[in-house]
Ligand binder design. Structure first.
Ligand code: C2O
Length: 356
């Protein structure tokens, strides 16, 4: 059976264990606010203005000011408001670290990583996060930016300057101090060598994770249905995880978080990753790369999973009115229906045409 929405009344502390160094387990209360109503998503109910998410390193100062303002407003909401930055971050923690149990199978924790749920769940997460930011600004044309870390030529592969200004609402103290600009992103943790070695490794990993991962099984990850138990999977050992998740996506999380903290907070672990506003730009790039994989590679369009348990898996999010909304995977598969698009990125060709 497909994954259903969990019972939000039954919430436990989430726990998170370091995967590097001395194992440390920390517990987090990321139980989500309970709301009166639940509605089901439909495209009619949730009209969106078409918008193009731009690369973070290319946007102008006025856009950065608006973006900063949006996060100031979100961070100013009270913690128990479903639209607050606090709750937005907890949504990630809650569905990744055992706060809830699978519907219809209370012995198994719900996990939206390490499987075919990964890309769809995160697309929806950004979709609602972006709607809330739009509504706080009163600007339905506002959109997230993407962190173009796969760009090894035109300036995308460093921490975008807009997120690196100490003291702003887009900054997070809990990052690796060694990786502030102009440090080049290492998509593969532990890469050593000069910038040209890192760049070459980055291109190789992009090629391996996106171009050679030709099937849905390889790229999205494997089947996760009611009863599938991933509570023993970790970011280091995730047998059902897809190439993009297990590879470059995790790499950017580890690169950004602070290795001096026990869980490589904030970005280096699920419980805290989305406390860093850069998370949403990071995942916009993952989302862009899903479209690139599907529509933009030589050899023609690639296919997502077509299994009914994939299409019908359901998640909860909060909309911009703080109402709980039930969504499914099927409705997430076409970004254009959600109003979202990305510009074409010329530097993609460097990894698309990379030859190992
Ligand atoms: Cu939910 Cu980038 O992880």
């Amino acid at each position: 059976a497909p994954i259903g929405v969990p019972n939000l009344q039954q919430c436990e502390l989430a726990s998170d264990t370091s995967v590097t160094g001395t194992p440390t387990t920390l517990q987090f209360n990321c139980c989500l606010p309970i709301t009166q109503n639940v509605i089901s998503f439909s495209f009619n109910k949730y009209k969106t203005q078409k918008r193009v998410r731009q690369a973070a390193h290319t946007v102008r100062e006025d856009y950065i000011a608006t973006y900063t303002r949006a996060y100031e407003l979100m961070k100013a909401l009270p913690d128990d408001d479903p639209r607050s930055f606090y709750t937005q971050a907890n949504i990630h923690c809650a569905f990744c670290n055992g706060a809830y149990r699978q519907a219809g199978n209370s012995s198994v924790p719900l996990q939206v990583h390490f499987s075919w749920l990964f890309l769809s769940w995160h697309r929806w997460y950004l979709y609602w996060h972006e709607r809330i930011l739009q509504s706080l600004l009163g600007d339905p044309s506002f959109s997230l930016v993407f962190w173009n870390w796969d760009d090894q030529r035109d300036g995308g592969n460093v921490m975008p300057a807009m997120f690196a200004r100490n003291g702003t609402a887009l900054y997070d103290e809990k990052r690796n101090p060694a990786n502030m600009p102009p440090a080049i992103v290492k998509l593969r943790p532990g890469t050593t060598g000069n910038n040209s070695v890192i760049i070459n490794q980055n291109l190789n990993d992009m090629y391996q994770n996106v171009v050679t991962a030709s099937s849905a099984e390889l790229f999205h990850g494997g089947a996760y249905r009611t009863g599938t138990d991933l509570s023993n999977s970790t970011v280091i050992l995730a047998p059902l995880g897809g190439s993009i998740e297990n590879g470059v996506h995790n790499g950017v999380h580890f690169w950004t978080g602070n290795p001096a903290l026990p869980l490589i907070q904030d970005m280096g672990t699920f419980t805290t990753a989305s406390r860093d506003p850069i998370f949403y730009a990071h995942h916009s790039n993952v989302d862009r790369l899903w479209d690139k994989w599907k529509y933009g590679l030589p050899g023609g369009q690639r296919s997502d999973h077509t299994d009914a348990d994939f299409f019908n898996a359901e998640f909860y999010f909060y909309d911009e009115t703080a109402t709980l909304v039930k969504v499914n995977v099927r409705d997430s598969l076409d970004n254009s229906k959600l109003g979202i698009s990305y510009p074409s990125v010329a530097a993609d060709e460097l990894w698309v045409d990379y030859s190992p």
